[in-house]
Design a protein around this ligand. Structure first.
Ligand code: S3P
Length: 178
């Protein structure tokens, strides 16, 4: 049997561990690991927060779409997407046409804790980040669920999560039709 080369896309809310899990999974598969936020920052030459401040969220979403459509290799990579990447209409379908899509999931309380001491996320640079997070989480949950595969990332050792994602990937990639 030929080893799978289908891309794997990890989506999900901020603070669910997409990059941490994705980096490890890529290492096990011998794939390239790409973080869409970092790639966009590299291409634009500025941080996501500056892109939001100077050009607005819509421009950033267009950059995310462009990155998925044209900006990365078509095989042998694990892409960790920003939390909002899969949200605009058509983005989930775009990802699903290119590879296996899985959503990393954690309860809102865990996300609140994980994001409490960070300040690089422009959407949370508001007076009341908790209310903002709860609103975004409620708005987006339906899209995340539509991925069909939600992997829980809280209260589990990283090794176990990575093993779970690898098993799901091997199963799904064996059935993936380009
Ligand atoms: C965003 C999540 C961030 C980043 C940007 C917007 C979002 O990525 O893309 O700040 O809309 O949820 P992470 O999920 O890696 O924090």
């Amino acid at each position: 049997m030929t080893p799978p080369d289908t891309n794997l896309y990890l989506v999900g809310f901020m603070g669910t561990g997409k990059s941490t899990v994705g980096r490890q999974v890529a290492k096990h598969l011998g794939f390239q690991f790409l973080d869409s936020d970092h790639e966009i920052e590299r291409l634009q030459g500025k941080p996501v927060s500056t892109i939001f401040a100077e050009q607005g969220e819509a421009a950033f979403r267009a950059m995310e779409r462009d990155y998925i459509e044209h900006g990365h290799p078509a095989s042998r990579c694990v892409v960790a997407g920003g939390g909002g990447l899969v949200v605009p209409p058509g983005m989930l379908e775009l990802l699903q046409a290119r590879g296996i899509v899985m959503c990393m999931h954690a309860p809102i309380e865990t996300i609140l804790e994980r994001t409490r001491h960070t300040n690089h996320r422009p959407l949370l640079q508001v007076e009341d980040p908790e209310t903002r997070l709860r609103e975004l989480y409620a708005q987006r949950e339906a899209v995340y669920r539509r991925t069909g595969t939600m992997v829980l990332t809280d209260r589990r050792p990283l090794r176990e999560i990575v093993g779970h994602v690898l098993r799901l990937y091997r199963y799904e990639s064996a059935h993936f039709k380009k």
